[in-house]
Design a binder for this molecule. Structure first.
Ligand SMILES: [Zn+2]
Length: 119
């Protein structure tokens, strides 16, 4: 139990409040935050959320993009490995959605800003 090292570890993964500039939200909490939800900044009390437009655009764009990428990746992969065993196919089907989930999370964290929600 070392509190000081824990604090410095978490600041790297903390987002700052657009109203007061203080660290207010961990990236994990932002991942669970959608435009329909909001959280209060612990420093200034502003209601923080993410805007609808980038969120909706990401969701609309991401799903077909993931499907297309998956289809594009499957063809060359099949040619490289030849006839795939059930095991390889199972691993591929498990890893692809996980990869896209990580990619989407990163895009979401990187490109959707935090906004102050007006009451
Ligand atoms: Zn704040």
């Amino acid at each position: 139990m070392n509190d000081s090292s824990k604090t410095s570890m978490s600041t790297a993964a903390t987002l700052t409040c657009p109203a007061c500039g203080q660290p207010c939200l961990s990236i994990w909490r932002k991942l669970r935050l959608g435009p329909a939800r909001s959280v209060a900044c612990p420093s200034c009390g502003s209601r923080l959320s993410v805007p609808w437009l980038p969120f909706a655009a990401l969701m609309l764009f991401a799903q077909p993009a993931c499907a297309i990428l998956a289809l594009l990746a499957v063809g060359p992969l099949l040619r490289i490995v030849g006839p795939v065993s059930m095991m390889t196919a199972a691993i591929g089907f498990l890893l692809l959605p996980m990869f896209f989930l990580v990619l989407l999370s990163w895009i979401y964290l990187r490109w959707t800003p935090l906004i102050v929600k007006r009451p």
